[in-house]
Write a protein that binds this ligand. Structure first.
Ligand SMILES: *Cc1c(COP(=O)(O)O)cnc(C)c1O
Length: 430
C-alpha cells in the first residue's frame, strides 16, 4: 500500500490545521500511523491521493447512505447551484424537506432546520427545558450527542449523579444539570428519577447506540424508560442524527417502539451537506421563536444546498427502498465475521442493526459502554490496517459504527469478506 503522497500532505496539514484535521477521529490516533488523504469518491468507493481504492464503510460518518456522488443528488445540487445558494429568506426547498421529514415521523408536526447535529441537540435541550420549566437532563453513558458543553460528560460509572466534564474548557456549572444513566439499565434511570423527582426536563437517547460502536437497546429497557418518562412528566428526546432514515424510511424509534417527544436529526437529511434539525408535535414546537419565547436562530439554517442535497437523498431513498438489502448485506457480513473468527480463533462480537454494524474484539456480549470498553483496541488496530491493505476503509476506531451504502455491490461484499478473513488471520498472528 503506497502512502507517500498522503504522508506528505499530512506533514503539510499539521502546519495550519490542528493535528492536520478538522475533527479529531480523522487523525487516526487510536489506530496509529498516518491518515490517508482523499482525492475523490464515487458510488461505494473512495480513492486516496496515492491512487489507492477503498470500499467505503465510513460514508462521511453516515450521510452518504446512497454512496458518493449519487446521480440524483448531484443533479439536484447542480440545479440549485444555478439559482443561488444562500438568501436569508425562506425557499420552497425548506417546505419540501420539512414535509417529507414530518410525514416520515408520525409524532412530529413541525421541524426547525439548523446546521449540524450538535446544534440540533443543544436546541432540543433548550426546547425541552423551555417547555417543561425544568433543568435537568438524563444522558446515557456512551451515547454521543455532539460537542455542546452540557453534553460532553464522562461516562459516569453506573449511577453517577453529578458527572465531571469530559473535556477541558467545560465548566463544571455547564454539566451540573446533566445526570448520567447507563444504557440498557432501567434501574439506573429509576434511581435518577427518584433522586430528582421534580427537576428532570428530558432524557436524551440514541435509539440504536452508534457512538460507542453499535449497541442495541433491550425491549424491556425501552418500555421501562418510556413508562418512567410518562409518569414523571419527563420528555423523551430521541437523537436520530445517526439513525434517522438509516434502517427504515423514518426513525429507528418506530422499529424499537419508542415514542419521541422531540426528535433530532442530522447527517442523512443533509445528503453530505451541513445540516441538523429538531422536531416535535405542535404543542411543543409552539415554544420556538418566532411562535414562542424560546430563542434559536441561524444565518445559514435551511440553506438551499443542504436542503436540496437532503431532499434528493430522501426521495432517492424512498425510491430505492434499500432497507431489506441492507439487512441482508449486514447479515452476510456478520456471518462472515463469525466464520472467520472461528477459523482463526479470534474472539469477536458483532452488533448490527439495519445498515449499522460494529465488530467488537471481545468474547463478552456488548450491551452498554462498560462492556464495549472491554474490547481489545490493539486487535482492532491490527485488523484496521489489514483491512486498509485489502482496500476497505473503516472508521479508525473500535467504538464507531460501520455504515453500509446502497451503492455497495455483491462484488464489493465478496471483496470485503475476503478482506475480513485475511485481517482476522493477521489479528490471530499478532
Ligand atoms: C453525529 C452525531 C451528532 C453530532 O452531529 P454533528 O453534525 O457532528 O454535530 C449528534 N448525535 C448523534 C447521535 C450523532 O451520531
Amino acid at each position: 500500500m503506497k502512502t507517500t503522497k498522503s504522508a506528505e500532505l499530512y506533514a503539510k496539514a499539521q502546519q495550519h490545521l490542528v493535528g492536520g484535521v478538522n475533527s479529531p477521529v480523522r487523525a487516526f490516533k487510536s489506530v496509529g500511523g498516518s491518515p490517508i488523504f482523499i482525492e475523490k469518491g464515487l458510488g461505494s468507493k473512495i480513492y486516496d491521493v496515492d491512487g489507492n481504492e477503498y470500499i467505503d464503510f465510513v460514508q462521511a460518518y453516515g450521510p452518504m447512505i446512497l454512496g458518493h456522488r449519487a446521480p440524483a443528488v448531484e443533479s439536484a445540487l447542480e440545479e440549485t447551484l444555478k439559482v443561488g445558494y444562500a438568501f436569508g429568506a425562506t425557499t420552497e426547498l425548506e417546505i419540501q424537506l420539512a414535509e417529507i421529514v414530518c410525514d416520515a415521523f408520525p409524532h412530529m408536526d413541525k421541524v426547525r432546520f439548523v446546521n449540524s447535529g450538535t446544534e440540533a441537540v443543544f436546541s432540543a435541550l433548550r426546547l425541552a427545558r423551555a417547555y417543561t420549566g425544568k433543568d435537568k437532563i438524563i444522558k446515557f453513558s456512551g451515547c454521543y450527542h455532539g460537542h455542546a458543553d452540557s453534553l460532553l460528560v464522562a461516562a459516569g460509572s453506573g449511577v453517577a449523579t453529578f458527572s465531571l466534564p469530559d473535556s477541558k474548557g467545560v465548566p463544571a456549572d455547564a454539566v451540573k444539570n446533566t445526570i448520567i444513566a447507563e444504557y440498557n439499565n432501567l434501574e439506573s434511570v429509576k434511581a435518577l428519577v427518584e433522586a430528582f423527582p421534580n427537576d428532570i426536563a428530558a432524557m436524551i437517547i440514541e435509539p440504536i447506540a452508534g457512538n460507542m460502536g453499535v449497541v442495541l437497546p433491550e425491549p424491556a429497557f425501552i418500555e421501562g424508560i418510556q413508562k418512567l418518562a410518562r409518569e414523571n412528566n419527563i420528555l423523551i428526546i430521541v437523537d436520530e442524527v445517526m439513525t434517522g432514515f438509516r434502517s427504515k424510511f423514518g426513525g429507528a424509534q418506530d422499529l424499537i417502539g419508542l415514542k419521541a417527544d422531540i426528535t433530532t436529526f442530522g447527517k442523512i437529511i443533509g445528503g453530505g451537506f451541513p445540516v441538523g434539525a429538531y422536531g416535535a408535535r405542535d404543542e411543543i414546537m409552539q415554544k420556538v421563536s418566532p411562535l414562542g419565547d424560546m430563542y434559536q436562530a441561524g444565518t445559514l439554517s435551511g440553506n438551499p444546498m443542504s436542503m436540496s442535497a437532503g431532499l434528493a437523498t430522501l426521495k432517492e431513498l424512498k425510491k430505492q427502498n434499500p432497507y431489506a438489502q441492507f439487512e441482508k448485506n449486514a447479515a452476510f457480513l456478520e456471518e462472515t465475521f463469525y466464520q472467520a473468527a472461528k477459523k482463526h480463533g479470534v474472539d469477536i462480537q458483532v452488533n448490527r442493526f439495519g445498515s449499522m454494524l460494529t465488530p467488537f474484539f471481545t468474547a463478552e456480549k456488548v450491551t452498554n459502554f462498560k462492556t464495549a470498553q472491554q474490547a481489545d483496541t490493539q486487535k482492532f488496530k491490527t485488523f484496521f490496517w489489514a483491512m486498509m491493505e485489502k482496500g476497505v476503509f473503516l472508521p479508525p476506531s473500535q467504538f464507531e459504527s460501520w455504515f453500509l451504502s446502497s451503492a455497495m455491490t455483491q462484488e464489493d461484499l465478496q471483496k470485503v469478506a475476503t478482506a475480513i478473513d485475511y485481517a482476522l488471520q493477521q489479528v490471530a498472528n499478532s
